[in-house]
Design a protein around this ligand. Sequence first.
Ligand code: SF4
Ligand code: SF4
Length: 120
Amino acid sequence: MIEVVSSDRCVQCGLCVKVCPTNVFETREDGVPVIARQEDCQTCFICEAYCPVDALYVSPYAEQAVACDEEALAAAGALGSWRATIGWGRGRTTLAAIDTTPFIDRVLPPRPAVPERKSS
Ligand code: SF4
Ligand code: SF4
């Protein structure tokens, strides 16, 4: 669940507000988003992945809000850590580049064997 928006780090780009699928954020007058509907958060991590300055922290606890200390999270490198994990950001290697499993084979049921063509 989304827990932290760091107003110190935020550069008011508005990306998190745009990409959130459940409209969790509202934008303050100064352009910094606030968590307005935390209970609607789906813990999808999309906002954290998109934030270009690692100003967000989504906790892995999807069902409950947890007390988070921004300073401690920042010191531990947890702000924006999902973005780092998936390799988004300049100079990083994306998970997609490392993963050699064809994605289609993971999401579709096994394909039927293709019958051999008879030679004429
Ligand atoms: S984790 Fe997903 S649902 Fe939750 S605030 Fe971020 S983008 Fe919205
Ligand atoms: S994506 Fe990050 S920098 Fe952009 S508005 Fe949201 S918190 Fe601020």
